[in-house]
Design a protein around this ligand. Sequence first.
Ligand code: G3P
Ligand code: MG
Length: 245
Amino acid sequence: MKLPSIIGHRGAKANAPENTLAGLRRAHEEGASWVEFDVKLTKDNVPILIHDETLERTTNGRGPVRDLTLESLRLVDAGCPAVFGDRFKGERIPTLEECLALLLELGMGFNLEVKPCPGRERETAILALRTVMRVWPAHAATPIISSFKLPALEAARETAPDLPRGYLSERLDAGWLEAARRLDCTTIHPGFRALTDAQVRLAKHHGYPVLVWTVNEPARAVELRGWGVDSLITDTPGAIAKAIA
Ligand code: G3P
Ligand code: MG
């Protein structure tokens, strides 16, 4: 599978509100051909883009995402006012469907991270994957579906066996290879902090491309590429692309 060297994290988190359409556009403007984003379900089971279980950090709303319907979630300002002030005022929490429509228009690929609220692992994966299968055309770039939650990856495999799955983990502890194999994962997505070059070599030896997050330091990006890392998931896609060029 052909992977990009740079993937915008939650869009382009450092320069536009995370997990918003403005963030996807910003990643595209910075030259990224792929983005990563996080998907949860609303109370009424609509897959949307948001990272946290509550609204406070990234919006001007309050409360748990799992208790709110799409209609009420649409009323909040998702322009990350705490970080960007009024610059992105009016930005809304996007549905997964809206996100995919924009990515298609921009000609971008994506890594969908299933980020379920606790207890909603299977249903989040199933409903997100059904949306992808319904709206994402076969001729477009094949996406990668990742999750920290193994039940979500299992449900992803049942729902969309042909869509590649990514084994996502803060660190590659003993047992990662067995877990990745058991879930028929195609790629490995470790955090950069605990990663070693020996682990990258081992993953590559077993045929797994390695996608590392969240790499915002140019020197670290160069080092990881030197180890053979395939993709860097970064908040600043433009700057990291320049660093490794
Ligand atoms: O998918 C990579 C990365 O996004 C995982 O961590 O917390 O940023 O979703 P997080
Ligand atoms: Mg994520």
